[in-house]
Design a protein around this ligand. Structure first.
Ligand code: ASP
Ligand code: MG
Length: 484
């Protein structure tokens, strides 16, 4: 649709009546000039609360569930009371209570069953987004802006991988044309729930934690939007996490590829799958701060003028390095790798880095801590014979590690860069455990000892001169950094 703007508001941007007022104000302002769609997250911490309730229900902890439901209701009632009046307030409170009753019903079922079927979890957990979209649309209506809550399950069609579903783009496009286009044509602002979808035959799904960004990009692509704005509580994509690097700065522009690498390697600002749907139609994305409207944010675009050198450093602390080493020449390294990767895929785990070398054909890979248990279970089953016969050494797991990733399209073919990064880390007396660089040369991944991770990040950030004092976007990386 011509000139359409899709805007996604994250949990903190929906976190209270005051925040919802700000979000609604942004929507009202933008829709004066062009059609707009809002995509909303649940209020901050609500998804965790819902998941915790389901776990408690499974464990038979009835009073724990009741306590959570009480908090859930209080939080939403409080927001409604603060921003709505009269009939609008009464009607919205009825809607809120009906959704909470739905959630209670699912918890009850889980308690009786003593288990949490994934599709029930997906149906239940999306209620957080349905609550916030209901409130936001009601508030907008009350200020005279025609708006309507839309359940993402009516527009985003997905596969049946509950908890981490992927969109079926063609079908989703059709639904968007049926459901959203008519509203937009009537001047109504759809307030769509982020995070959830449904299979073609209507079974509820979710797109993975933090998936509302992904919902917004799926909708932007399906509606041929001209821009996507993602509203969060930070000023944009930063050169490093400011909690570990005090002089980290907001980057003006990054490419899709860089932003995707940063998200994949632990930058929290974007869900890693967000950008994929936008690439084909080259829809630009802005990452903006709803707590700091004056800041322009970061623009994510198909390409930027080539600037030499890295763009940002990111890290992940909750990771585990798994090492596999043949003990005998009788095993074929490639075959072991193939089976190991097969079992990672079967565990639906993401390989954050993979590195192999040596005559022995040993290899190691990095996974998230929370994915370690299923990964190990599958690996040990897949390699049981070799382990039992001593063809493989016992699989080693090291959780005392962290991942540091340096990202930038401009690193391609920059000689000496890797050496400078390694030197900077070693000057901090931080041990480098493994290194991986994909052939795209977009990211250098370095696994270090966990207790040295923060020091290593600061050192690399300053070596690459990414800090606030850095001179503009152009960096001469061939020259050693000054001022150390
Ligand atoms: N509410 C969901 C979550 O917390 C989705 C999102 O906010 O993006 O994971
Ligand atoms: Mg998020």
């Amino acid at each position: 649709m011509k000139n359409l703007l899709v805007m996604k508001f994250g949990g903190t941007s929906m976190g209270s009546a005051d925040r919802i007022r700000v979000a609604a104000g942004i929507c009202a302002e933008q829709r004066q000039n062009r059609p707009a769609v809002a995509v909303v997250s649940a209020m901050s911490k609500i998804t965790d609360l819902l998941l915790d309730s389901l776990r408690r229900a499974e464990a038979g902890d009835e009073s724990g569930v009741d306590f959570n439901l009480h908090n859930l209701r209080e939080r939403h009632h409080e927001a409604c009371r603060a921003m709505l009046e009269g009939d609008a307030r009464a009607a919205t409170l009825v809607g809120v209570d009906a959704l909470i009753a739905d959630f209670r019903r699912i918890c009850h079922g889980v308690r009786i069953l003593g288990e949490r079927p994934p599709r029930s979890v997906d149906e239940a957990v999306a209620i957080g987004e349905r609550l916030s979209s209901l409130m936001m649309a009601a508030y907008m209506e009350s200020t005279g802006v025609p708006a309507r809550p839309v359940n993402g399950s009516s527009v985003i069609v997905t596969d049946a991988l509950f908890g981490n579903a992927s969109p079926l783009m063609e079908e989703t496009r059709g639904r968007c044309a049926q459901v959203l286009a008519p509203m937009l044509a009537d001047g109504i602002l759809p307030v769509v729930t982020g995070f959830n979808g449904a299979t073609a035959d209507g079974r509820p799904t979710t797109l993975g934690r933090g998936g509302s960004d992904f919902s917004a990009s799926i909708l932007a692509a399906s509606l041929d939007a001209s821009e996507l704005w993602i509203w969060t509580d930070v000023d944009g994509i930063m050169s490093a996490d400011p909690r570990s690097v005090p002089d980290a700065r907001v980057i003006e522009q990054v490419t899709y590829a860089e932003a995707a690498e940063l998200a994949y390697n632990g930058a929290k600002v974007l869900h890693p799958r967000t950008l994929a749907p936008l690439v084909e139609r080259q829809i630009p994305v802005w990452s903006k701060n709803s707590f700091h409207l004056a800041h322009p944010g970061t623009k994510i675009v198909p390409s930027t003028p080539a600037t030499p050198g890295p763009r940002a450093v990111t890290s992940m602390a909750n990771v585990a390095l798994v090492s596999i080493e043949p003990a005998s020449a009788a095993v074929t390294g490639a075959r072991i790798m193939a089976r190991a990767l097969e079992s990672l895929a079967a565990a639906n785990a993401e390989v954050l880095a993979f590195s192999s070398s040596s005559y022995r054909q040993s290899f190691c890979f990095l996974v998230r801590n929370e994915e370690l248990a299923p990964v190990m279970k599958n690996l040990e089953a897949a390699l049981a014979l070799e382990l039992a016969h001593g063809y493989l050494k016992p699989i080693e797991v090291d959780q005392n590690v962290g991942l540091l990733a340096v990202v930038g399209e401009g690193m391609r073919g920059t000689p000496g860069l890797a050496g400078r990064i390694f030197m900077a880390i070693s000057r901090q007396n931080v041990n480098i455990i493994a290194i991986a660089q994909g052939s795209s040369e977009l990211t250098i991944s370095i696994v270090v000892r966990r207790d040295g991770l923060e020091r290593a990040i600061r050192a690399v950030h300053s070596e690459c001169r990414l800090g606030a004092g850095a001179p503009g976007e152009i960096r001469d990386v061939a020259e050693p950094a000054q001022g150390r």
